[in-house]
Design a binder for this molecule. Structure first.
Ligand SMILES: [Zn+2]
Length: 182
């Protein structure tokens, strides 16, 4: 599940996670989602379902199903997607879904899990190539809302129906900086 994490700074998260890596969560320090992992997860049957009414922004369900609320957009959608992807990844490859909700889990454990998942969600979302691969392979609509998402989807700046008009889009495009083969 993704809760509102907007108030948690990256600095704060990093410090929390550094401490967790020194303790019982040391094995999670190498939780690195690669482009090939995304492909592997899709091959293993992980998929996204967009849902209108779900109490959470995102959720993992049985059958390798990832639920995302269908009205999420931009950074919120992408961060929620990566948050759920980290839960899914942990479950698939570490055998631990890192539950951050639930009545029977001690608060301290839930918080530790949340910090870990959110840390890796933000870290991975900030990799333009991984963002592109994950959004494309899971069949989600791409959004451009910051420099990272622009690097991930430069072609969105060149269409007649530009989704987001960044003032720096056109000059960059003309100078060929945003050209990439994909
Ligand atoms: Zn969660």
């Amino acid at each position: 599940m993704a809760i509102d994490s907007g108030s948690i700074s990256w600095d704060f998260l990093q410090k929390k996670v550094d401490l967790l890596f020194k303790g019982e969560f040391s094995s999670f320090s190498n939780l690195k989602i690669e482009n090939t992992t995304i492909e592997d997860m899709v091959q293993r049957g992980w998929y996204i379902d967009l849902e209108e009414s779900t109490p959470f922004l995102g959720e993992i369900r049985s059958g390798r199903r990832i639920l995302l609320r269908d009205d999420l957009k931009g950074y919120e959608r992408d961060l929620t997607f990566f948050h759920e992807l980290v839960h899914a990844y942990s479950l698939e490859y570490f055998g631990n879904i890192l539950m951050d909700v639930g009545k029977n889990i001690p608060l301290e454990t839930k918080q530790a899990h949340f910090y870990l998942v959110e840390y890796f969600a933000r870290l991975h979302r900030a990799d333009p190539l991984l963002l592109r691969t994950a959004i494309s392979r899971f069949g989600l609509k791409p959004f451009v809302y910051d420099r990272i998402s622009l690097l991930a989807f430069p072609e969105l700046c060149s269409t007649p129906n530009e989704q987001v008009l960044f003032p720096f889009c056109s000059p960059l495009w003309k100078r060929g900086i945003l050209m990439r083969d994909s």
